[in-house]
Design a protein around this ligand. Sequence first.
Ligand code: SF4
Ligand code: SF4
Length: 361
Amino acid sequence: MNKNIFTAQCSGYADDALPGLIESYFESESERLKRAKLILIKPNLLSAAAPEKAVTTNPDFIKTVINILKSYTDAELWMGDSPGANFGKYERVLEVTGIQKTADETGVKIVRVESFKPITKDGFTYSSLADEPDIILNLAKLKTHSLTGLTLAVKNLFGLIPGTSKVGYHRDFPVDEELADRLYKFFALLDSKTMNIIDGIVGMEGDGPSKGTPVKLGITAASSDAVGLDITVTRMIGLKDDFCLTTKAALSAGYDPSHIETPKADIPVIKLPMTKKMYLPPFLKALFAKQVYVKPLVLNEPCIKCMLCVNSCPVDAITLVDGYPFVNNKKCIECFCCHEVCESDAVGLERSWLHKLLVSK
Ligand code: SF4
Ligand code: SF4
């Protein structure tokens, strides 16, 4: 595997440093790109959010990548993802995120994960779309994540699992580290065909991956070693290698980070998700686990009763009370899918009294 890791700091999406970085990366993989017959571009299209919200990979970033890509390959180019819960309204997601416009302007064919039949391999059920291309060009967004700490290159391939099956992963692996381990193993299945670029020019801090705050970080980075890439970006924002749980899973599986050099970078410290702010030693965790928690809370006023949260809950912890969704805290496994999918900001996060006492906001 080509383990080179390329990083750059960009003042914005029009900064020349961005095409410079992409050129350097593609040059290092020029033979692979030349041989490819079909390349799948896999952005983060989590939900129907405008580009400035930093929920999805920026369309100008994607356009720059595609325009340079075309000078390195004659391969057919496809682009697609499976949004978190809004996979029924894929066209709307493509429109609002600016991805349809980018595809039209660059002549790239839009595909949808759910249009390809699911296949099962090594215990994973995923869209056969993933098996079609010679290269998966993984265009991840740098965001905080309430469950896995961060979402970077490794986590971004979760979108190749069809919409309804994603919910099942949360149900079957309710502990965050177990789910992150599955996500890493799924990535490892496809790793050899990935090339990875992270859009952290405007990233997300706070309660990501969909309800955090956009933050200008100026980071862009690329590598065919996705775990090394994730570690590099994690270090650039001043966090420990294993803060991102998918990286923690890779390290536990034997990934050796000793070759990774941390680039000098002038990056602001980001706000962490409320769920990841506190570290408790295991013995205290066991003692306080039931008292220190963050749970979702539906706010009736902004709720438009779309039922996305109800349909995305993997353990049926949300029922209707007076026509509004209501979370049964006893059943809730704190996966935050409901918080992630609500497009009306009607699912807030409520902290237990001990969480409030121990963790500053
Ligand atoms: S809380 Fe959000 S996702 Fe759930 S029904 Fe209301 S608007 Fe829809
Ligand atoms: S209520 Fe929300 S956080 Fe709790 S299990 Fe259901 S989707 Fe996950």
